[in-house]
Every structure is written in structure tokens, then in C-alpha cells.
Unconditional design. Structure first.
Length: 55
């Protein structure tokens, strides 16, 4: 096996590892926090207040 094949297998292994980490994080966040909290946007409210221009 040459170095490029080894690097290709390593890249596939890393991508599989990252996919598993993202899946486990998604499950942990979903079970830890309420959906209402996750879909609320306090930053959006702050941005909307900052965009109001008064003369």
C-alpha cells in the first residue's frame, strides 16, 4: 500500500468518527434541552431591537 491509500483510509475513518460524534452530540442535546429552548432566538430579538431607528 502506498501513502495515498493509507491517507485515504485515514480520511474515511476520520469522517466516520466525526459523523458518530455529531450523532452522539445530537442525541445528547436533544435529550438534555427542551425543543422550545433550542428553537428560541434571543439574539434575533436583540438584533430586531437594534435595527429600529428613531429620529
Amino acid at each position: 500500500m502506498d501513502i495515498w491509500t493509507i491517507l485515504e483510509y485515514a480520511a474515511w475513518a476520520l469522517s466516520a468518527l466525526f459523523a458518530l460524534l455529531m450523532l452522539s452530540d445530537m442525541i445528547r442535546i436533544d435529550t438534555t434541552y427542551d425543543n422550545e429552548l433550542l428553537t428560541s432566538s434571543r439574539e434575533g430579538e436583540i438584533e430586531a431591537a437594534a435595527e429600529r431607528h428613531t429620529l
